[in-house]
Design a protein around this ligand. Structure first.
Ligand code: PRP
Length: 213
């Protein structure tokens, strides 16, 4: 069957922090599913949705290439890929903040003639943000446990997502500035939307009403 005109709506879901919240929300909309054991593909109770469980940072790749027509992910992940998608529904959960943080009391340097070193999982966002302010930065890209960078002396500063604030607090760091609010969206591959807009719009209406009939 053609991936783009498949009868199912194909949706990529991110492993990790959003996984349970998405499952709960869709289940409240009457669309229940579960990934059996270590399986990475599931179908909903009405056989309308085909759900693919993918690594968060890879999700836009699957949607970009039409393997999944739709995906659910945070803006942070979209920004890093530079891909263009239709954002067709904003979910009422999973909101986080992209923040600049450092060891307690360090503050941001006042002399900005030399590059400020920043560790982050989000180099595209970070570079764009500071360059738009005319502040030169050197970015050190990490894949996780970003809060270790200031503690171990890799960099003074980090740019990272803050949700509850626990990780920052428990590692004796503090937020210097909130740089952006990050929301969670249903995104669509533009070609997939054009070919499947009726089905996709029905799905969005059901998400809006909190009902999936
Ligand atoms: C994210 C983020 C922070 C933490 C923030 O990491 O990078 O480290 O969550 O959450 P909090 O404000 O609720 O404490 P994640 O859990 O994705 O793990 P990672 O360190 O492997 O990136």
């Amino acid at each position: 069957m053609n991936k783009i005109t498949d009868d199912f709506l194909t949706i990529a879901l991110p492993k990790g922090r959003l996984e349970n919240k998405i499952e709960e929300y869709l289940s409240r909309c009457g669309c229940s599913f579960s990934f059996a054991g270590r399986e990475l593909i599931a179908f909903d109770n009405e056989n309308k949705l085909k759900l693919l469980l993918v690594k968060n940072a890879d999700l836009p790749v699957y949607v970009k290439h039409g393997i999944a027509g739709l995906g659910i992910c945070g803006e942070d992940v979209i920004t890093e890929t530079g891909y263009e998608f239709y954002k067709i529904f904003e979910f009422p959960f999973g909101n986080t903040r992209m923040c600049l943080a450092a060891k307690r009391g360090d503050g941001f340097p006042k002399d900005l003639r030399t590059k400020v070193k920043i560790a982050t999982k989000f180099p595209v966002f970070t570079e764009r943000y500071f360059h738009s302010l005319g502040i030169p930065v050197e970015i050190i890209k990490l894949s996780g446990s970003i809060e270790l960078a200031p503690i171990l002396g890799l960099t003074h500063y980090i740019v990272d997502l803050v949700e509850t604030g626990s990780t920052i607090k428990e590692n004796n760091l503090e937020i210097i500035e909130e740089l952006a609010k990050i929301k969670v969206y249903l995104i669509s591959n533009p070609a997939y939307y054009k070919l499947n807009y009726k089905k996709v719009d029905d799905f969005v209406r059901r998400l809006q009403k909190g009902q999936f009939k």
